[in-house]
Design a protein around this ligand. Structure first.
Ligand SMILES: Cc1ncc(COP(=O)(O)O)c(C=O)c1O
Length: 411
């Protein structure tokens, strides 16, 4: 299709008509911002009226290389013309290569490809159950953390330690025990012979950018070994380069290795792709026919992910450098605006804790051309693309400071 026909095929509706059409025909489950996006370039987005925004949320951590990255756009175009999807009945060139790359960067030997975070989490739950069943029939309990978020499907929701997401769907999957994050005593008390797995976000994302301590992760590892349970790290938000390492379990001087790691969001730069990476011990529980996915691991997504990893290898130093600069600038801002009470995070996964609700700040920032979001009511969450520079941070800080200045003075 020529670019002329492409443009001609686009409807000429305005923002209000687009929003109204969705209001009539879409399930009303999302509370969207009133912003209709048109296109992007690098860390910048434009709405359909031509207004420009600095994108510091990147599709909730998905658009890791920003928008229209020349190498990603090129491989999508090339691969789309060759082969998009094969199903998992057949081989294509890219699953094996990507699984090899994932094994090199994660230290885990085997990969399963899915399409999203929650689908990866569901597969990890099945692996935990299958592992437990091989040992003894009643070994199916899973320990998860309060304040965690693991997805919206029934299994993932069952492990999500936030009542607001669960309340409408109880009863959920049985056998889940919640413990407070970083509570060593509670973790130890929750383990028993029936424990088949423990699931941890190294840095809780939706929960407000709260990191685990090394001691907590180490204890989880040693208890999992003692009780022959699997240690699972959910790196869907906090992994794949965002923490300035390939995965956040590599942040510690002595990495705590999981048995299973799930990842998704940035892997294919906006195309759907999730992974479950396992060591041989965890993989041993899965036999042919026990799990699968029609769409998982398409030729298109896997080829894009391979290209993404080639680019990511060179970006890790700047993720660390720019992330550190951003946190330092936010801390300076907190001296001027004491409503910012704490700045947390690693690499380019950053939260600014407010003493007041964050939604008005997000709305004011959006009016001024900066996109971010608020999680856990009072945490400004920044998940910018990995390609941002210190200049982009300066621009964002300028907008944030004028957005914060609109807040009523706190006594
Ligand atoms: C830590 C974590 N786990 C799981 C999920 C679910 O991923 P998805 O929305 O792709 O299903 C998310 C999504 O935000 C997440 O942050």
């Amino acid at each position: 299709m020529s670019s002329t026909t492409l443009i001609a095929a686009q409807p000429t509706t305005g923002a209000q008509e687009i929003i109204e059409l969705e209001r009539q025909y879409l399930l009303q489950n999302y509370a969207r911002y009133p912003l209709v996006l048109d296109h992007g370039e690098g860390a910048w987005l434009w709405d359909i009226d031509g207004n420009k925004y600095l994108d510091f949320i990147a599709g909730i951590g998905v658009n890791a290389l920003g928008h229209n990255h020349p190498r990603i756009t090129r491989v999508i175009q090339e691969q789309a013309a060759l082969l998009i999807h094969t199903s998992n009945l057949y081989y294509h060139r890219y699953q094996g290569l990507l699984a090899k790359k994932l094994s090199e960067v994660s230290g885990l030997q085997r990969t399963f490809f899915s399409n999203s975070g929650t689908e990866s989490m569901e597969g990890a739950i099945k692996a935990i159950h299958a592992h437990g069943r091989r040992i003894q029939p009643g070994k199916y309990e899973i320990i998860s953390l309060e304040n965690s978020f693991h997805g919206r499907t029934i299994g993932s929701l069952s492990l999500t330690g936030q009542p607001k997401y669960r309340a409408d769907f109880e009863p959920l999957m049985p056998g889940v025990r919640f413990v407070p994050p970083n509570d060593l005593v509670a973790l130890e008390a929750a383990f028993g012979e029936r424990t088949a797995g423990v699931v941890i976000e190294w840095i809780q994302g939706e929960g407000g950018i709260f990191p685990m301590t090394d001691a907590f992760a180490q204890l989880a590892r040693s208890l999992a070994d003692k009780f022959d349970a699997l240690l699972v790290f959910d790196e869907i938000q906090c992994g794949v380069g965002r923490p300035g390492r390939y995965f956040s379990y590599q942040l510690t001087p002595q990495p705590v290795m999981p048995d299973i790691m799930v990842a998704a969001k940035p892997l294919a730069c906006g195309l759907p792709l999730g992974v479950i990476c396992m060591n041989e011990r965890a993989a041993a529980a899965i036999r042919p026919g026990m799990h699968g996915s029609t769409f998982g691991g398409s030729a298109l997504s896997c080829r894009v992910a391979l290209e993404f990893f080639e680019i990511l290898d060179g970006l890790l130093p700047s993720i660390n450098r720019v992330g550190e600069y951003f946190r330092a600038e936010l801390r300076k801002l907190s001296a001027r605006f004491p409503v910012i009470t704490e700045v947390r995070g690693e690499g380019l996964m950053i939260g600014a804790q407010l003493s007041v609700p964050g939604a008005p700040v997000v709305a004011e920032a959006m009016k001024r051309g900066l996109l971010l979001n608020c999680t856990h009511e009072t945490v400004l969450r920044f998940l910018p693309p990995y390609v941002i520079s210190e200049d982009d941070v300066d621009h964002a800080i300028g907008i944030l400071s004028s957005a914060l200045a609109t807040l009523p003075a706190t006594p």
